[in-house]
Design a protein around this ligand. Structure first.
Ligand SMILES: [Zn+2]
Length: 457
């Protein structure tokens, strides 16, 4: 078995959560939400007029019948409301981690605004799929110590590729032919930084710059073995059929993207029959296509509520111009989008495990991903599973969170409208709880609070 994620990690996280719960900035309370429709994230049909009891940071009970009111338990009438697990984005690159001329130009405030945009949007867990370790791991520490209000943050930090390979510049470890030469460096990195999941890159075809060197099955195997010895899972950015097969031959079973090229049914069956989890990342392509063709979508109230005006302006001008360069992402994304969508649909029909992820930087984009998946023919009940339980599975945390089930961390979102009826109803957020703590959305650093004048210092 390539992956035997150590339970001790999950236990360590749980005790951290307990520590956060007792921090003065946010108190976990005992709460009973009754008369509510529960969509539990497992793909099971909704449970109507249910009761969900939260004690401390955990879900204590989920009951199809009314439960007695205990003293010390706040009762919330959930009539006409819907309870879903906190949403999870399995592929982000947190804003604010920029480098300038090879030197850190980190923007901590922007990172916090981005984290708040996710909480505002009902997203309670994130996986950062690649950043400078000096940027992302201190922010992860701040989240876990309760210093900042943030979704649960998991991160890889450095990525791993081969010399001259895809992503070889910047924050990458280069694994050459001499494994023994890099092994001690990687081992030290794992022990010092403790990435939650290590990301590797294999993208031999590129698109307009084809034939990059790429990690071989043997190199994958070495990385996976060393990472697992350190209790760390490994995920792969793979692009083509060949990259996927090499990664699978090397023991990988976790992918940061769905295969992005036309691929054989044999490969799609291979990833669907093994216990492989793949992140969907449709919205990165959709976002780019939209930005190039008509950036008006950024004036949607949901974006404006969370994204500062200067940033919207920058996306419409600087980013758009970048995407429109010859051979830029603006030319590639219209090509990728339908292929990724078709592969997702086939993998879904073959029973594969898909996890929602955006490869973007801001909260509302996960809602774009939900919409794209649903428009691609996946029933909303399964789309929700992809953004909750399957996403937790991608992180190896499905026993800790990702569904509304007894014993799980109480990461939940209360909605005022039925998310199964319309994707816009995911925006009808009444309350967000992380580990049983009610997130005070009025205190989040998002433009909506500035405009409403409710932002408290
Ligand atoms: Zn990415």
């Amino acid at each position: 078995m390539p992956f035997q994620f150590r339970r001790t990690c999950a236990i360590a996280i749980a005790s951290l959560c307990a520590a956060v719960a007792s921090a003065p900035m946010a108190q976990a309370a005992n709460v009973l939400i009754e008369n509510v429709t529960v969509i539990d994230g497992t793909g099971r049909p909704p449970m109507e007029r249910a009761s969900v009891l939260i004690k401390d940071d955990r879900i204590f009970a989920v009951s199809p019948v009314a439960m007695p009111h205990e003293s010390g338990v706040q009762v919330i009438n959930g009539a006409g409301k819907y309870l879903i697990p906190g949403l999870i984005d399995t592929h982000i690159h947190l804003a604010g981690g920029n480098m300038k001329d090879g030197k850190p130009a980190f923007d901590h405030h922007m990172a916090v605004m981005a984290l708040h945009s996710y909480l505002w949007s009902g997203v309670t867990t994130l996986f950062d799929a690649g950043h400078e370790p000096d940027f992302i791991f201190p922010i992860r520490d701040e989240e876990r110590s309760g210093k900042i209000i943030s979704p649960r943050l998991f991160a890889t930090g450095n990525v791993i590729t081969v010399p001259g390979g895809y992503g070889a510049g910047g924050h990458a470890f280069l694994v050459g032919t001499d494994w023994d030469a890099i092994r001690p460096t990687l081992d030290a990195y794992f022990k010092q930084r403790k990435p939650d999941m290590q990301k590797t890159l294999a993208d031999r075809h590129g698109v307009f710059v084809p034939l990059n060197p790429s990690l071989s099955a043997e190199q994958f195997h070495n990385v996976v073995k060393l990472a697992n010895e350190n209790g760390i899972r490994v995920t792969v950015h793979a692009a083509s059929e060949e990259d996927y097969n090499d990664a699978l031959d090397g023991g990988m079973d976790n992918f940061a993207h769905v295969v992005r090229f036309p691929s054989s049914d044999a490969l799609l069956r291979r990833v669907s029959t093994k216990r492989v989890v793949m992140t969907t990342t449709l919205s990165v392509h959709d976002y780019i296509v939209k930005l190039v063709n008509d950036p008006a979508f950024l004036t949607d109230p949901f974006f404006k509520a969370t994204m500062p005006e200067e940033m919207i302006h920058e996306h419409k001008t600087v980013d758009r111009a970048n995407f429109m360069r010859p051979n830029g992402n603006g030319t590639q994304s219209p090509f990728f989008l339908p292929i990724v969508a078709a592969n997702i649909k086939k993998i879904y029909q073959m029973g594969g495990t898909l996890a929602a992820g955006t490869d973007r930087t801001w909260g509302p984009t996960l809602h774009m991903e939900l919409d794209l998946l649903n428009k691609n023919g996946i029933p909303m009940i399964d789309v929700i599973k992809m953004a909750t339980l399957n996403a937790a599975m991608y992180l190896g945390k499905e026993n800790e969170f990702g569904s509304i089930e007894r014993g799980k961390l109480a990461d939940i979102v209360l909605l005022n409208a039925d998310p199964l009826k319309d994707v816009k109803n995911f925006q009808a957020i009444e309350a967000v709880y992380k580990g049983g703590q009610l997130i005070d959305r009025g205190k989040l650093d998002v433009p909506a609070n500035e405009k409403a004048g409710t932002k408290k210092k």
